[in-house]
Design a protein around this ligand. Structure first.
Ligand code: ADP
Ligand code: MG
Length: 309
């Protein structure tokens, strides 16, 4: 089977030392799938990482008294590179230890968004650290950032999260997959770009990794799209008395549950919605949402929440 695997925050850790440890476990889960003979394409998120890079660059700009900061698209590119670097080496090592020598590579991936996407008028994705009220005001004035109060925990920058329209390096990814390589791509949702006079220009946004992974899975004609996150199954009435975990949802059921508000926006909503988009695009396409260490079991049908047409 051809499988697109989308990795969430718990597969990467929140900082460098955590990442180094986390990717080793992640590599094991992915190597299990490759060992079973599957073709695997890996994508990942970058919420904490892109925020960290953005803050570091802001600090540098302050120290050097620069007026402009590093564009967010550049920060996404940096996050793709260093996460991919750790990921590909951890996987390379794990495969070698299992005597499955396979080239692993990371493709810096740009993703085109629509410049008129409503998301640019309504930034929703929180990135980076929590700030004090004074720092929030400074960031608004100096950089024009949108900063919101986040449920009593402090102030946080929010950025636009437009829908992915086109994966620019898709043909490169396709060639590598065809050659039998294991590919890490579309990291952090992809480097957001818009088309301008036949060229590409980076924009200030962070694309949702679940939506871009669903698009990638469709474009590569994958059989399976698996989202590995922090929960083994998707729940109805999550964290309420009558919470029930789901083994399977039809596309229609999933759409109904999305409408009824069972899945929190910014976490589970996008995963279920992205799964629906993949599963409904063609008969036989299956999406699964499960926990990182349950990947193999989920593919064997033993756990996870399956979304089918
Ligand atoms: P990732 O980093 O993998 O994208 P997120 O934190 O964005 O992870 O989303 C996964 C989280 O979504 C789970 O850890 C869980 O706390 C939350 N969640 C919200 N609604 C649900 C639900 N209905 N069922 C299961 N988990 C849910
Ligand atoms: Mg997430």
């Amino acid at each position: 089977m051809r499988i697109v695997v989308a990795l969430g925050g718990n597969a990467l850790g929140k900082n460098l030392p955590e990442q180094y440890i986390a990717v080793k476990e992640t590599a094991k889960a992915i190597a299990d799938l490759i060992e079973c003979g599957h073709e695997v394409i890996i994508t990942h998120g970058n919420g904490p990482q892109v925020g960290m890079i953005d803050s570091a660059m802001a600090l540098l700009a302050k120290e050097d008294n620069l007026q402009s900061k590093t564009p967010l698209s550049m920060c996404v590119a940096m996050s793709q590179a260093y996460i991919g670097y750790d990921m590909q080496n951890a996987l390379r090592r794990e495969l070698k230890e299992r005597d499955i020598p396979r080239p692993v590579s990371t493709v810096l991936t740009q993703v085109r968004v629509d410049k008129d996407d409503e998301a640019f008028k309504n930034p929703t994705k929180p990135i980076g650290k929590f700030m004090s009220k004074a720092d929030a005001q400074l960031a608004r004035e100096k950089y024009g950032h949108t900063i919101v109060e986040d449920s009593g925990r402090g102030y946080r920058r929010v950025v636009a999260s437009p829908m992915p329209q086109e994966i620019i390096e898709l043909s490169v990814v396709r060639s590598l997959v065809k050659a039998g390589d294991v590919v890490v791509c579309c990291g952090g949702g992809g480097i957001p770009v818009i088309a301008q006079n036949e060229h590409l220009r980076g924009v200030s946004a962070v694309i949702d990794k679940d939506y871009v992974s669903s698009l990638l899975a469709k474009e590569l004609d994958a059989d399976l799209f698996i989202i590995l996150t922090a929960v083994e199954k998707v729940a109805l009435n999550f964290k309420k008395e009558n919470e029930t975990y789901l083994d399977e949802m039809s596309v229609e059921q999933a759409k109904e549950y999305l409408r009824q508000g069972h899945f929190k926006k910014g976490s589970m909503y996008e995963k279920v919605d992205a799964s629906v988009q993949f599963a409904q695009s063609k008969q036989g396409r299956i999406a699964i949402i499960t926990e990182l260490k349950k990947a193999k079991d989920a593919i064997l049908g033993l756990t996870g929440t399956k979304i089918v047409k």
